[in-house]
Ligand binder design. Structure first.
Ligand code: PLP
Length: 376
């Protein structure tokens, strides 16, 4: 006997573990120190805010359907072909559009073990099979990825630098990864944190996109540009991939105020440089101070640190008792400080800390000093 039942999602959908964003707030009226979502402590450029507000008389009008002013501004800034840029409601939308265009049941897509969770969700939403490749030293391992390529592989997703580890792959390694992939496999280089990287051996992906038929690079205005609320991202692709994305894209997927704010943000180079500088200084100071507390910090090229706490259960050391990531998180919440739990990324003993304002950073250090019992 069959019971009455309602609509059933396609195979794979209900196997998806829903994405849980960083905690946004805490109960009560007092302000919180929110360092859980890798937003910039400097906020958006004043010029971007002004451009956004200047759009209010136009709210009744549909925006430019292909976000042309923004694509042209990006093309000019980076020396790219505007026709090969596709804009989206955050890079999340673009990652999902790529999966929609190129993945289906029976296909496989590879991502790294501690990679950004959106990849797995985008893959599974298409009924395709997610394949996790182990990392080495909490860094994407090119050989491990190449070893998992099969006839069914269609895409490889890499965040470079990766979230939540903050580690990056040098350009030589990215090229080696690309060289090992069949031409029908798309290499997705998610460079959400590219602007923060100051390393001579790093390249976000523009060169590979320009010179190969199967590399794409996604970027976002959510991080260094401080426009996360607007949902604005872009992807640079080979022309046939841009064409495929434009066929499935919502005809007005990016809002008019977002386009205007994005164009203005690109023009405010000084604001961006200030954000890079602030991050460099405070990332270094925070890593050093946390290590002095006895915590282990993964070396990061981005605007956050993965902070490892003594393992709760596994540790038999007396001094480590009560010092787990879970307990630290609770302790910090009591002081109205929110970091990011990263259990679902495979790090039950770590918290991810976004570099904040000087005051926010000091508040975290004071609280963790107390937590670790190193009060002086
Ligand atoms: C934050 C982040 C993004 C940005 O997503 P948006 O949808 O553009 O806000 C993309 N990839 C990674 C790895 C991120 O951490």
């Amino acid at each position: 006997m069959t019971a009455k039942r309602g609509p059933i999602p396609r195979p794979g959908i209900l196997d998806i573990v829903p994405y849980v964003p960083g905690t946004g707030g805490l109960p009560g009226a007092e302000p919180v120190v929110k360092l859980s979502s890798n937003e910039t402590p400097l906020g958006a450029s004043a010029r971007a805010v002004e451009a956004y507000l200047a759009q209010t008389p136009q709210l009744a009008r549909y925006p430019d359907g292909s976000a042309r002013p923004l694509r042209e501004a990006l093309a000019k800034k980076y020396g790219l072909d505007a026709a090969r840029i596709v804009c989206g409601a955050g890079s999340d939308e673009l990652l999902n559009m790529l999966a929609l265009a190129y993945l289906g049941p029976g296909d496989e897509a590879i991502y790294s073990e501690h990679g950004f969770l959106v990849y797995k969700i985008a893959i599974m939403a298409r009924g395709a099979t997610p394949i996790a490749a182990p990392e080495r030293d909490l860094t994407t391992d090119v050989d491990a990825i190449l070893a998992r390529v099969t006839d069914a592989t269609r895409m490889v997703f890499i965040a470079n630098p990766n979230n939540p580890t903050g580690t990056y792959l040098p350009f030589d390694e990215v090229k080696r990864l690309h060289a090992g992939l069949p031409e029908n496999v798309i290499l997705v280089l998610d460079a959400a944190y590219a602007e923060y990287v100051r390393a001579n051996d790093y390249e976000a992906g523009i060169e590979l996109v320009a010179t190969t038929p199967n590399t794409v690079m996604t970027r976002t205005f959510s991080k260094i540009y401080g426009l996360a609320a607007l949902r604005l991202g872009w992807v640079y692709c080979p022309a046939p991939i841009a064409d495929a994305l434009n066929r499935i894209r919502g005809p007005f997927n990016v809002t008019g105020p977002s386009i205007a704010a994005g164009v203005a943000a690109l023009q405010d180079q000084a604001h961006m440089e200030q954000a890079v500088e602030h991050n460099m200084v405070w990332r270094g100071r925070m890593a050093e101070a946390l290590e002095q507390l006895g915590l282990r910090v993964t070396r990061s090229a981005a605007n956050f640190l993965l902070v490892h706490f003594p393992a709760g259960v596994a540790s038999n050391s007396e001094s480590a008792a009560g010092k787990s990531a879970r307990e630290a998180d609770r302790f910090l919440h009591e002081r109205r400080i929110i970091l990011r739990r990263v259990e679902e990324y495979g790090f039950p003993d770590a918290l991810r800390l976004t570099i904040g304002t000087e005051d926010e950073n000091r508040a975290v250090l004071d609280a963790l000093t107390e937590f670790m019992g190193k009060d002086t």
